[in-house]
Design a protein around this ligand. Structure first.
Ligand code: NAD
Length: 348
């Protein structure tokens, strides 16, 4: 192909849906190429990269997390095939399980995610789960759907036993980052919950004061022993779960647990044991250890509120992901700082 006069942006995935003015600006400043679905399948995609089918592109734009991932993981097989001209991969999605961002950094490629666009929705979902686990709402919900009058009356009479208002209880947030801080803010402002947190880094005194005097607890076991409800909001880990059987045993007896981060952070069988024994009173999980499979023991348990990894699923998130991905591309290709880099600190 003839060398284009403008830098090339490889747009992988579906066409833009929401931010058309921004896309027009992108197209006016760059040559935008959008490979077909067939070309995005892994063998075809790798071959196209080897053949430089799309030239020396400077940016990859993936505006949606549910399309544009057809080629699979951007890993040690794919990344070496990328042109040296590539500066930035800007994607929808807060997580980036599909990209080895450390290998990209070694090649000098910035990876930018869409985290800030989803924080509000994810925090709202955490609040939904917090209310549900305090008030036994899943029991009520499951009973109503049976259309069985006995089950209805049973839930009506007995669900309030053990139900509590979140107000005044201790919320222990593991990972007080973008989302964790928003959850804590909402829980403090809406319910007056007392906030404790465990994070690799402390928040400033002002940030802690804004949460009614949030207290950082460096020892995770101590936080687990003190919280009436634990919320997991750290990045996912590979290998050993953050909350395994030993850690779950350290949780305060009869406390609650909510996970909106990543399913692999919790050993679900150990959690089901703790739920069945009553050591943990109720759980709220948006994310699951082996998605799209849900742990059958948890699925059957009326004290488990389960959603299908929908925490970020709101219009504002999708539209925001799209806009942020384009803004990151435009910033980096204009020589400005990226808005939401993930691996910048790894680039030397
Ligand atoms: N369920 C969903 O749909 C959904 C949507 C968006 C994000 N998420 C997940 O939410 C999580 C948090 O996202 P974020 O945007 O707040 O990230 P973030 O990077 O802003 O915050 C993560 C926080 O966790 C802390 N942390 C990291 N490792 C830790 C550890 N071992 N122990 C204690 N603290 C630790 C970090 O210091 C940071 O403050 C991520 O796992 C992300 O994938 C889920």
């Amino acid at each position: 192909m003839a060398p284009p006069s403008k830098p090339i942006v490889l747009h992988i995935g579906d066409p833009i849906e929401f931010n058309h003015d921004l896309y027009r600006e992108l197209e006016s400043r760059f040559t935008v190429i959008r490979p077909s679905v067939e070309d995005r399948q892994r063998p075809a995609f790798l071959q196209a990269l080897r053949e430089r089918k799309w030239g020396d592109f400077s940016a990859v734009l993936r505006p949606f997390w549910n399309s544009g991932g057809e080629m699979g993981r951007w890993d040690s097989e794919l990344i070496p095939l990328l042109p040296p001209s590539l500066k930035v991969y800007a994607s929808a999605g807060a997580g980036y399980d599909w990209a080895d961002v450390d290998i990209m950094a070694k090649r000098g490629i910035l990876y930018c995610n869409g985290a800030s666009a989803s924080s509000e929705a994810v925090a709202d979902m955490a609040i939904y789960h917090i209310i549900s686990v305090f008030r036994n709402l899943q029991w009520s919900n499951m009973a109503a759907r049976t259309l069985d009058t006995e089950r209805f009356l049973d839930a009506h009479r007995n669900q309030p036993v053990g139900a509590h208002n979140p107000a005044g209880h201790v919320l222990g947030v593991i990972g007080l980052g973008n989302i964790g801080y928003k959850i804590a803010t909402k829980a403090y402002r809406a319910f007056g919950m007392k906030i404790i947190y465990n994070d690799l880094f402390p928040k400033t005194a002002e940030q802690e004061a804004a949460l009614g005097g949030a207290r950082r607890i460096e020892n995770l076991d101590e936080l687990l022993g003190e919280a009436d409800c634990v919320v997991v909001a750290t990045p996912g880990t590979e290998g050993k779960a953050l909350l395994d059987a030993d850690k779950i045993s350290k949780m305060k007896k009869g406390s609650r647990l909510v996970n909106i981060a990543r399913g692999t952070l919790i050993d679900e069988n150990a959690l089901a044991d703790a739920l069945e024994s009553g050591h943990v009173y109720a759980v709220g999980l948006d994310v699951h250890q082996n998605e799209p499979h849900v742990n059958p023991r948890l699925a059957r348990n009326r004290n488990a509120t389960l959603t299908c990894h929908n925490a970020g699923g709101a219009f504002e998130t999708t539209s925001g992901f799209e806009a942020l991905a384009m803004k990151n591309v435009m910033a980096v290709l204009s020589g400005e700082q990226p808005l939401t880099p993930v691996n910048k600190h790894l680039i030397v």
